[in-house]
Design a protein around this ligand. Structure first.
Ligand code: OAD
Length: 269
């Protein structure tokens, strides 16, 4: 691992480095937010109280149309604002400050990349966010303050057509935001110095194929507790696989880069 970290640090310190991130729930577990699929601790292992036919139903649009209660039981708990970013989130920000960040594709709906200060031009929230709420039938937008107020009394309904409303989180069975496709069309043709894939099982499509589609001139890095997807099935010779807690990996990496104090400064801000 140390040799791989040194190789990564050399790449990042090189001339005109360009870094792209592909991240998932594992970068937020150290903030106190459970991921989805880790055995025992993941959200999908802990939904017995919701009596779901299958765990992913809580984010399934067809299930939601008939039974929105399951999602709404979790919605308040998941609403952004309660948690602080991890070291990993601040490392993404640090790459922005060093002018080497090119993009951060995230599957997370916790908005912690934004909280850490990453500019929205760099962020692609592939699975949407809580920022806006819409009616699932007529599409009318509901402002978040009204939505939160109604949620306290029960399941919020559209004030125009009385159908259910939901935040613009991408549910299974719904398309990803246009920004995802527009930017990926561009980014997939580009060469980056490194693509850091972190905290994701890469089980959900189309996000899961992004690391496989990244240019062969880009060095892929996996910072995860376990190996997954293309890193296992179709590894590239140049892949740098670092199986550990991603915050521990980042701590060692910033030391090698000589960026320890810069990172601490951002965290203390
Ligand atoms: P998963 O729960 O599927 O995967 C999280 C991965 O992160 C696992 O491989 C963990 O081992 C790893 N992990 C957890 N904590 C870590 C840590 N501290 N350091 C390193 N690795 C760690 O989460 P995602 O891949 O993000 O979709 O899940 C993808 C999508 O599935 C989510 O966006 C969500 C879900 O259904 C929607 O809600 C639409």
């Amino acid at each position: 691992m140390d040799a791989k970290l040194k190789e990564l640090a050399t790449l990042i310190k090189g001339r005109d480095a360009k870094v792209i991130f592909f991240v998932g729930a594992g970068i937020s577990t150290n903030c106190g937010i459970p991921d989805f699929r880790s055995p025992k601790t993941g959200l999908y292992s802990n939904l017995q109280k919701l009596n779901l036919p299958f765990p992913e139903a809580v984010f399934d649009i067809n299930y939601f149309k008939k039974n929105p209660k399951a999602f709404y039981t979790l919605a308040e708990e998941m609403y952004p604002g309660k948690y602080l970013p991890s070291k990993f989130h601040y490392f993404i920000r640090l790459c922005q400050e060093k002018n080497i960040l090119k993009r951060c594709y995230t599957q997370n709906i916790d908005a912690l990349e934004r909280v850490a200060g990453v500019h929205e031009d760099f962020i692609v929230e592939a699975h949407g966010s809580f920022a806006k709420v819409h009616c699932i039938k007529c599409g009318t937008e509901m402002d978040s303050v009204t939505w939160k107020k109604l949620m306290k009394k029960g399941i919020p309904r559209c004030q125009k057509c009385d159908s259910y409303v939901k935040p613009d989180i991408v549910f299974f069975g719904e398309p990803l935001p246009a920004k995802f496709f527009e930017l990926w069309e561009k980014d997939r043709k580009d060469d980056f110095t490194v693509a850091i894939v972190a905290g994701t099982s890469l089980e959900v499509y189309p996000f899961a194929v992004l690391p496989a589609e990244i240019s062969s001139r880009t060095t892929r890095v996996l910072m995860n507790r376990e190996i997954c997807a293309d890193f296992e099935d179709c590894p590239r010779k140049s892949d740098l696989v670092m199986l550990a807690d991603c915050d521990h990996t980042i701590t060692k990496l910033v030391d090698l880069l000589g960026w320890h104090d810069d990172l601490e400064k951002l965290i203390q801000e």
